[in-house]
Write a protein that binds this ligand. Structure first.
Ligand SMILES: Nc1ncnc2c1ncn2[C@@H]1O[C@H](COP(=O)(O)OP(=O)(O)O)[C@@H](O)[C@H]1O
Ligand SMILES: [Mg+2]
Length: 400
């Protein structure tokens, strides 16, 4: 098929041509937006799942829904070892700008922008480094509001003020947080505290987080009531019917069809993981000469998809690991660790230690390094699992 018209979109955060299997989440979020704007009690939301299942794309789609309702929105991508204060200030400032031009009282808008600045100005020196430090707005910083240095208190004041500003217009503020598991525990606790407070106030502010599978556990250990604070959504691989839709709909737009057996084969190869759905869809399209696309097209294209994934999806992550961390992951892979749709998918740290002939404590640095790099996660004490689907399989296929 004409590669120029290839509709598939493999790549982190790449908007898929067909956002398959997420109708429920999208519909639910419309209700959330409406309830929050009306000052009704509503929980903020947290999505979790493996890499490549479509969390970022879904987060962006939810943000799009808020934008369509004329809400103010902002997004941050959390980073390990970096405070969220400045990124939050920037995101909230973007949200304020979304609503500011419609607000009838410019003095109030400036006052709120001044609070955003005051909040930003408390960013610690070490967190400003390498950022080309600039507080997000040029209005003077307000004194004595959102600038105590206590993140929880400051977030409460910040959210309260921006919520009021948006509330004047009958809309709300949406803060979207990607890679939320990378936020340090004390800051997660502060965010939970602030979300708790603003929801009690009925302030029209909603926080939507996305992160790796252990994010709910991380939140619960940051604040005991986090379990009740958020609505948790597990973002997972697509059931066959939805994966098929992700291939068929975009192709149909281009007048291209698939044989049923070709779809069977594609599903078998991808397990319905959205990143793989796009990657295999893309190469298969390029390999096929005529419609309908046949199983032989899939077979012919598969090695190319594998090679691309080996470099871009798996390899790029593997490269980030130190030699000791690589040994650790290979051992996990040999022990059969591989994310599965159901049931436990990890191995225990004790098993890894045993195979490597080491004491478990001596392997903690390797394990912690891998967790920090987002390659493995621990949802349960003493266990580890890969964050990347098919990663164990990829490692077992490596010969060196
Ligand atoms: N619902 C979906 N249907 C089809 N493809 C999807 C879907 N969600 C995501 N994708 C595709 O999967 C890939 C990974 O999406 P991304 O949001 O970056 O995943 P994550 O943030 O979970 O790692 C992208 O290429 C995207 O186009
Ligand atoms: Mg992502």
């Amino acid at each position: 098929m004409d590669p120029v018209r290839n509709p598939y979109a493999p790549g982190a955060g790449q908007r898929p041509p067909e956002l398959a299997g997420r109708d429920k989440e999208l519909a639910q979020f419309e209700v959330t937006l409406e309830r929050v704007a009306a000052g009704r009690p509503e929980r903020s939301m947290v999505m979790s799942g493996l890499r490549g299942v479509g969390k970022t794309v879904l987060l962006n789609a939810l943000r799009g829904q808020a934008v369509n309702r004329a809400w103010g929105t902002g997004k941050i991508e959390a980073r390990p070892d970096r405070s969220v204060r400045l990124p939050v200030a920037q995101a909230v400032h973007a949200a304020v700008r979304d609503v500011a031009h419609r607000h009838r009282d410019p003095d109030r808008v400036d006052a709120v922008a001044g609070v955003v600045k005051a909040f930003a100005m408390r960013t610690a020196l070490k967190d400003r480094k390498g950022l080309g430090w600039t507080p997000p707005t040029d209005v003077p910083a307000t004194k004595g509001r959102a600038d105590s240095g206590d993140l929880e208190l400051d977030l409460i004041e910040l959210f309260t003020d921006v919520g009021e500003l948006a509330g004047d217009l009958g809309v709300g503020i949406g803060l979207f947080v990607d890679e939320m598991q990378d936020i340090a525990t004390p800051e997660l606790a502060a965010i939970c505290g602030a979300v708790h407070e603003i929801s009690q106030q009925g302030s029209p502010v909603v926080v939507v987080g996305a992160g790796l599978p252990h994010l709910p556990v991380a939140l619960a250990s940051a604040k005991s009531y986090a379990e009740r604070l958020f609505r948790y959504v597990v973002v997972d691989r697509l059931p066959r019917e939805m994966a098929v839709r992700a291939w068929l709909r975009p192709a149909a737009e281009e007048g291209v069809e698939y044989d049923a057996e070709a779809l069977d084969l594609l599903y078998e190869l991808t397990d319905g993981y959205p990143y793989f759905v796009q990657a295999y869809g893309k190469v298969t399209w390029d390999a096929a000469v005529t419609s309908p696309i046949r199983p032989s097209d899939v077979t012919e294209a598969a090695p190319e998809a594998e090679a691309e994934l080996a470099v871009g999806f798996f390899g790029a992550r593997y490269e980030r690991a130190t030699p000791a961390e690589r040994d650790y992951m290979r051992t996990m892979a040999d022990l059969g660790a591989d994310p599965r749709a159901q049931g436990p998918s990890g191995v225990t740290t004790a098993q890894v230690a045993k195979v490597l002939g080491r004491r478990p404590q001596s392997l903690s640095p390797a394990r912690d390094g891998l967790i920090k790099k987002g390659l493995v996660y621990s949802a349960e004490r003493g266990t580890v699992a890969f964050t990347v689907p098919h990663f164990g399989r990829f490692l077992r296929a490596q010969t060196t």
